[in-house]
Ligand binder design. Structure first.
Ligand SMILES: [Zn+2]
Length: 381
């Protein structure tokens, strides 16, 4: 078996469900060290047991030039064993598809990165500058792995390829996402005296929920619009004859470029003011352990996009369409927090995050060739 497939299979066979990335990290580190590279480990503060490392390394051509970041995640989502027809942690090929957890998302992409680095470690004359490799933990969680690398200030590059599973097109823009929580206050009172006494916070929250979902968002020619979704409401007491005096609301918000958390909070506060609830609401960004992701889009004619698309055509003879993603991924962090132009493209498959996930061997192989060709174009010696 070719090395690129062997490593893909090996990685699938290593259980690295988000929360226990260490074995996959050690495996990739060993592979990279076998190319003569020095591998660095990075742990986020919550990981006191040191079971969730991200790793990174630099392949230096020895010549001045630009830096290409190749990035992917080593964790996967969990499995529901009962629904799998094969062992999710034992890669097996059936009818041209390789089954196993992470076969699509995204151990094929990681393997393509490893083989790309292997090639250039043996052909330093074919590029200038540096190739930076980041293989991160917790992408399926809160992206703490990537955020930790940002905090450690070790990611500096001119271009980035996010090897996420996406083969039919290249994504150049993503929405961002925020979550907000709102407490709506009412006034308690005995239910028998209502409505003369008491003010029902649930009814106020319902009115506010409708007003929020009717709010406009900014628009983007390709990412279209943002979203407002009231996802959760909670309040009242089934066991007491009391008018509810408080209601908790959870609001989910996808954003397009130009929208940030402050704008969203202002919009919601205005909606509350308009229906007379201005001083009865407390609106805030829902606290979480890692920053929220802002939206971004790079120019469609950026040299990185052009080089990757041309390389796709060079290898496959076909055209690679440009696309935009309505959701978020670690590409948002690369583009927004690190300011590195990033394209998202990698070997794909089917049943992502679901049962019986599979990937396509030819795509893993092609992506490696496309990454190599893109680096040759952009990091010309
Ligand atoms: Zn993924």
């Amino acid at each position: 078996m070719e090395k690129i497939f062997e490593r893909w299979y090996d990685l699938i066979n290593i259980n690295s469900v988000s929360g226990h990335e260490v074995d996959a990290a050690n495996y990739c580190a060993k592979v990279l060290e076998s190319f003569g590279l020095t591998v660095h480990y990075s742990y986020f503060p919550e990981d006191s047991a040191k079971e969730r490392p991200s790793i990174w390394t630099v392949l230096d051509s020895g010549k001045p030039g630009k830096t290409m970041l190749l990035i992917g995640h080593i964790d996967t989502v969990g499995v529901n064993l009962a629904n799998w027809k094969t062992d999710p942690f034992h890669a097996v090929e059936i009818d041209g598809k390789v089954y196993g957890r992470g076969s699509m998302d995204m151990k094929g992409g990681v393997s393509a990165i490893l083989s790309t680095v292997e090639y250039f470690s043996q052909h330093k004359d074919e590029f200038s500058g540096k190739i930076l490799v980041c293989l991160v933990a917790d992408e399926e969680g809160l992206s703490k792995g990537t955020y930790q690398l940002v905090a450690e200030d070790c990611v500096h590059a001119d271009y980035a390829i996010m090897a996420e599973c996406r083969y039919d097109n290249v994504a150049v823009g993503f929405r961002g996402r925020f979550s907000f929580e709102i407490t709506v206050k009412g006034k308690a009172g005995h239910a028998s005296r209502y409505p003369e006494v008491g003010e029902n916070a649930l009814v106020s929250a319902g009115r506010l929920a409708a007003a929020i979902e009717a709010l406009p968002t900014l628009t983007h020619p390709k990412l279209k619009h943002g979203t407002w979704c009231v996802r959760y409401l909670c309040g009242g007491n089934q066991n007491a004859l009391v008018v509810p005096d408080s209601c908790y609301m959870f609001v989910d918000r996808y954003v397009v470029p130009g929208e940030d958390e402050e704008l969203c909070i202002c919009q919601m506060q205005e909606a509350a003011d308009k229906i007379g609830l201005g001083n009865k609401v407390d609106i805030r960004l829902k606290p979480r352990n890692s920053p929220y992701m802002k939206s971004f889009a790079i120019e469609e004619d950026h040299e990185l996009v052009t080089a990757l698309r041309q390389s796709f055509t060079d290898i496959t003879g076909e055209n690679l369409p440009i696309d935009y993603d309505p959701s978020v991924c670690d590409s948002n962090i690369v583009a927004v927090s690190l300011g590195i132009p990033v394209v998202t493209f990698g070997p794909s498959g089917g049943n992502m995050h679901g049962d019986n996930e599979y990937g396509y061997p030819y795509q893993v192989k092609n992506c490696c060739e496309i990454y190599k060709e893109t680096i040759r174009k952009l990091l010309k010696p």
